[in-house]
Design a protein around this ligand. Structure first.
Ligand code: XUL
Ligand code: CO
Length: 440
């Protein structure tokens, strides 16, 4: 049985009118020493693409899927077939899932684990047959009502234990499927009000939870990269892993910063009041950039809309950070994105991914060219050149003091600041984007 009645998606170039073709993503084409597929490492998210039904707080599921009428376990099996066909046709090499995305929860933890075992076995067979790989898996410790007060930060120790057992199982799955990373997204790790919250105990417990996860991974010989995915709000009012800087401070305080990197999601960055590039840069500068959840928010909406990335300006600046990071491996670009509710057909799953992949591929081409030209590097060098010599050099090297700086300042007659010409920089970026296919 086939779920997607199309041929494998091919690169047809920017002039193509075929919706089922790539305009910018040419997987084998090399930029420098690496192919585009190696640089982009695209991944499909099981939950949005195969599990979700496009329901929202105001309406029931609108998605039309071939597996809709099947019972829960048969549905889970059909989705495995579908995702592997999907990856083959879209040329996506990686996928990601939460435990509950791939198999239904049973009446008990044991039953849930048995369901997982059946589906994980099927996934393993398909991975072996196709060479497709697991970018990361994670544990859903937020949807079920038992997590009403959180999971590792719950006020109820029984819930802490249940959450730990679920992560233990997920780590075993990660080991079995050779998952290249393992993600922790805060889910309900946060609070509604400080009036009844012991924030210190909750954060201490969260650190203890992470330490136990790492030590269990070591015990079973699972060596994938651990990642934390920051998000500032939704579902709780105050999420503990608000943004990269906050989560980095937490990791450093509890001596966990050597064991984790970050999985940075574009829409989470903007909800935190940052740009996507800011979060990538903060992580990169601290050697903490691990992986990316590729999507975009809507500038007019204040929640996590998880749209497919179509803004080439954003993907250009993101790919600049990623290339300067030396790539993302073992991380990748996971489309934590869903079709709009109005795009409810099964073929929309393919079309949305083509749009996202092409937007990142175009961003990659532009960013690669900018780096070749030292575009940003020249701007930064010029702007900070006062730190290359004289008193500036002494400041950078920590070889001066307030006393010497005072003497220096007494001798300054006029301070000459240079204009930034920021608007020129922005229009030069437009030129890069518009000229990327222009060979003259
Ligand atoms: C939620 C979110 C999650 C994580 C994995 O906003 O991004 O899907 O990526 O739990
Ligand atoms: Co995400």
């Amino acid at each position: 049985m086939s779920y997607f009645d199309i041929n494998k998606v091919n690169y047809e170039g920017p002039k193509s009118n075929n919706a089922f073709s790539f305009k910018y993503y040419n997987p084998e084409e090399k930029l420098g020493n690496h192919s585009m597929s190696e640089l982009l490492r695209f991944s499909v998210a099981y939950w949005h693409t195969f599990t979700a039904d496009l329901s929202d707080p105001f309406g029931v599921g609108a998605a039309e899927r071939d597996w809709d009428s099947l019972n829960e376990m048969e549905k889970a099996k059909a989705r495995v077939e579908a995702i592997f066909e999907f990856m083959e046709k879209t040329r996506i090499d990686y996928f990601c899932f939460h435990d509950v995305d791939i198999a239904p929860e049973g009446a008990s933890l044991k039953e849930s684990n048995e369901n997982l075992d059946v589906i994980v076995e099927l996934i393993k067979e398909k991975m072996d047959q196709t060479g497709k790989k697991l970018l990361w898996n994670t544990t859903n410790n937020f949807t079920h009502e038992r997590f009403v007060h959180g999971a590792a930060t719950s006020s109820n120790a029984e819930v802490f234990a249940y959450a730990a057992a679920k992560v233990k199982k997920s780590l075993e799955i990660a080991k079995k499927l050779g998952s290249e990373n393992f993600v922790f997204w805060g889910g309900r790790e946060g609070y509604e009000s400080l009036l009844n919250t012991n924030m210190k105990l909750e954060l201490d417990n969260l650190a203890t939870f992470f330490k136990m996860a790492k030590s269990y991974a070591d015990e079973i010989g699972y060596t994938g990269q651990f990642l934390i995915e920051p998000k500032p709000k939704e579902p709780t009012t105050h999420q503990y892993d608000t943004d990269v800087a906050t989560a980095h401070a937490f990791l450093q305080k509890y001596d966990l910063d050597k064991d984790f990197k970050f999985n940075i999601e574009a829409n989470h960055a903007t909800l935190a009041g940052h740009t996507f590039q800011h979060e990538l840069r903060y992580a990169r500068d601290n050697n903490m950039l691990g992986s990316v959840d590729a999507n975009q928010g809507h500038p007019l909406l204040g929640w996590d809309t998880d749209e497919f990335p179509t803004d080439v300006y954003d993907t250009t600046l993101a790919m600049y950070e990623i290339l300067k990071n030396g790539g993302l491996a073992p991380g990748g670009l996971n489309f934590d994105a869903k079709p709009r509710r109005t795009s409810f057909k099964q073929e929309d799953l393919i079309l949305t991914h083509i749009a996202g992949m092409d937007t990142f591929a175009l961003g990659l081409r532009v960013a690669y060219k900018m780096i070749e030209d030292n575009f940003f590097e020249n701007i930064i060098d010029e702007k900070y050149k006062s730190f290359n010599e004289g008193i500036g050099k002494k400041i950078v090297e920590g070889e001066t003091s307030f006393k010497e700086l005072e003497d220096y300042a007494f001798n300054i007659n006029t301070i000459n600041n240079a204009s930034d010409h920021l608007e020129v920089i922005k229009s030069q970026i437009n030129q890069y984007i518009l000229n990327i296919n222009n060979k003259d």
